[in-house]
Design a protein around this ligand. Structure first.
Ligand SMILES: Nc1ncnc2c1ncn2[C@@H]1O[C@H](COP(=O)(O)OP(=O)(O)O)[C@@H](O)[C@H]1O
Ligand SMILES: [Mg+2]
Length: 217
């Protein structure tokens, strides 16, 4: 399956270690929240665990794959197949319709599956919005499109960077509950970083970042 192990991870920007000797293990199927104030290194850590950035020290292992032994291309392919990413600012492609946005991960993997796109839009409550453009949707709706896009290719792991950061409380709760449901039913791992306490209730495990290090909350 898809457990994630990281040991002694360090990432420096200029002379400052933003992530410092961070170690941990995220088990397959767990919902883990990493909590920490703005600027404490949450996105930096998540980017290392997604293989979007390389550490200055330490290592990441995703299932049987050691990131340090992989090329950037191999990391991109691993992410494309096995990891779904969700960001604070939704990151939808503004020139594509809602359905086309959701279809993107399938197309990148060489799959055409219009039916699956429709099914996932239904699961996030947006079955009537497939032909709409992202800008016509509210923030909460756009983030639900991003949730469908992250899940449509059925990755083992979802990584979410402040997915509720731009949402009001009601929409934040809806998006987190949706992610929790959709990951649990399929035994997917959910790793969420946030500075808001609202999401911690549903998590299996809570980690906090202090001085660049991860500690059990
Ligand atoms: N590419 C970068 N170059 C220089 N400094 C960076 C870079 N990315 C992040 N930082 C700095 O590292 C610190 C942690 O950033 P970040 O991981 O984005 O925090 P968080 O996501 O917890 O708000 C911040 O002080 C930020 O300015
Ligand atoms: Mg951040």
């Amino acid at each position: 399956m898809s457990d994630i192990q990281f040991d002694g991870l360090t990432r420096r920007f200029r002379d400052r270690a933003v992530v410092r000797e961070a170690s941990g293990h995220i088990q397959s199927g767990e919902f883990v929240v990493v909590l920490g104030r703005s600027g404490c290194g949450k996105s930096t850590l998540l980017n290392l665990l997604a293989g979007l950035d390389r550490p200055d020290g330490g290592r990441v292992r995703f299932s049987e794959h050691a990131f340090e032994a992989m090329s950037d291309r191999a990391l991109t392919l691993l992410r494309r197949r096995r990891i779904g990413l969700i960001f604070q600012a939704y990151n939808l492609v503004p020139t594509l319709s809602v359905a086309e946005n959701v279809a993107l991960p399938l197309e990148l993997n060489g799959v055409t599956a219009t039916q699956r796109v429709g099914q996932w839009l239904t699961r996030v409550g947006l079955e009537d919005f497939g032909d709409a453009m992202p800008e016509q949707l509210s923030g909460g709706e756009q983030q639900r499109v991003a949730v469908a896009r992250a899940l449509v290719h059925e990755p083992e792991v979802i990584m979410a960077d402040e997915p509720t950061g731009n949402l009001d409380l009601a929409n934040a709760e809806r998006v987190v509950a949706l992610l929790d449901d959709l990951c649990r039913e399929a035994g997917r791992t959910l790793l969420m970083v946030t500075h808001s306490q609202e999401v911690v209730g549903l998590a299996d495990r809570l980690l906090t970042i202090r001085d660049g290090q991860l500690v059990l909350a």
